[in-house]
Ligand binder design. Structure first.
Ligand SMILES: *Cc1c(COP(=O)(O)O)cnc(C)c1O
Length: 416
């Protein structure tokens, strides 16, 4: 098959309508929507019997390997609205030395850092921006901790949509610069992501922009759901025992959970599910606190701080959807310390050769603790989501230096 068939072939989308995630109230497809009337995220629904007739495992196997291979299960109807910067199926990378340290089977990293703009935010934003294009939206604004803004900027540039991005003033420098370079207008704000979101909300009227905040529009989750579809296809439809997911707004966790429901309806898998393990940083762990207290909604976390910027989300509008998925799957919510995150990132890079982002390293720390405490089995097949390339984050200095005019001290070089 031609390399870009996913982007050009005429294929039906089987979207039927949208649905309020809390009340189940139906909303028409193919119209601009934000939150539901109840103020909750909207979920996209499909005619899954129709998909079942159109998409088989064999048909899938023949398609080019990027997220558009799932066209029938995605909301974009007309291929002309697909905005692409190239895509990839992200690899599954076993970490045998990490496993051996705990006398366990190697956990498997799904390395989302290989995607355009270096993070899995590309999955959500390619879908949301393609739908914005389909719906005639010409101006978008978004709060971000960095990676989402970068993906938004890139896809809006490609789509010819104007983008305004607001990020906390301590957002990683590389993110702010890549957002600016990719054609968006970006502001640093002296606050956290919720404060940036308030600015986006306040600007809706005067600026006439569309609010693309996490879960405040229905399509980012459809892009993120492809992580679940893709993962199970890569595992030959064998559901793993557990998925460790670094949870901020939770789009990916909610999206994967939705993907599994859809795959079951298609007959691709049965009723088995992975345990969904939501991982947060101990400096910002609202979901963990709510999970431990047995609550369905998570109160805002005050004074949030963590080196893992992508999961520094004090309040998540989809909190109940995250918590429902964690509970329904028999999963867990775990908080890990920044010092452990950085130590794990450094050790795994040196021992297994994979440079994780801090958020990805957080899942590794949670896996280590879960195995050591018997919360997951040593032989369980566990998947860790590395959501961004480790190259976007500050790294420790490496300042060894040689004077080429002096004789080399080979013993010192060997011992370094
Ligand atoms: C956004 C982000 C997360 C959190 O993803 P959600 O699906 O919004 O919870 C985790 N890690 C990185 C690197 C991110 O950019």
């Amino acid at each position: 098959m031609h390399y870009d068939d996913n982007l050009t072939a005429a294929r039906p989308s089987f979207v039927t309508h949208l649905e309020c995630s809390e009340t189940g109230e139906a909303y028409q497809a193919d119209q601009i929507h934000g939150l539901s009337r109840a103020g909750k995220p909207l979920l996209v629904r499909y005619d899954l019997d129709g998909v079942r007739g159109a998409l088989t495992k064999d048909i899938l196997a023949d398609r080019p390997r990027d997220l558009w291979r799932w066209r029938e299960l995605l909301p974009v109807r007309d291929a002309a609205n697909i905005v692409s910067l190239g895509g990839a199926e992200t690899p599954l990378i076993p970490l045998p030395r990490l496993g051996a340290r705990h006398g366990a089977a190697a956990p498997i990293a799904k390395d989302e850092g290989r995607l355009p703009t270096g993070s899995f935010k590309a999955r959500g934003l390619v879908m949301a921006v393609s739908m914005a294009k389909a719906l005639g939206i010409t101006r978008i604004a978004m709060p971000t901790n960095g990676n989402a803004g970068a993906a938004l900027a890139a896809y809006c540039a490609a789509a010819g949509i104007e983008a305004f991005v607001f990020c906390p003033d301590d957002t990683p420098e590389v993110n702010v610069r890549e957002i600016a370079l990719q054609g968006a207008k970006v502001w640093r704000v002296n606050g956290l992501i919720g404060d940036c979101g308030a600015i986006v909300g306040a600007g809706k009227e005067p600026m006439g922009w569309f609010d693309l905040s996490t879960l405040k529009e229905p399509y980012r989750i459809e892009g993120k759901k492809t992580m679940g579809l893709e993962l199970l296809e890569q595992l030959d439809w064998q559901v793993p025992d557990a998925i460790f997911y670094p949870t901020g707004g939770g789009t990916g966790l909610i999206g994967m959970w939705k993907a599994f429901t859809e795959l079951e309806a298609l007959g691709f898998i049965g009723s088995e599910r992975p345990r969904m393990i939501a991982v947060q940083a101990s400096g910002c762990a609202p979901i963990v606190r709510a999970w431990e207290a047995g609550e369905r909604h998570a109160a805002k976390w005050e004074d949030a701080h963590t080196v893992a910027a992508g999961i520094r989300v004090p309040a998540a509008i989809g909190d109940f959807l995250i918590l429902d998925a964690v509970r329904d799957s028999g999963g867990l919510a775990m908080a890990v310390d920044d010092a452990d995150i950085i130590a794990a990132r450094d050790r795994i890079a040196a021992e297994d050769g994979l440079l994780l982002c801090p958020e990805g390293a957080a899942t590794a720390v949670a896996w280590e603790q879960a195995v050591d405490q018997g919360l997951v089995g040593r032989q369980d097949r566990c998947v860790l989501f590395n959501c961004a390339t480790g190259l976007k984050y500050p790294m420790p200095a490496a300042d060894a230096w040689l004077d080429r005019h002096q004789p080399a001290d080979w013993a010192a070089i060997a011992a370094a």
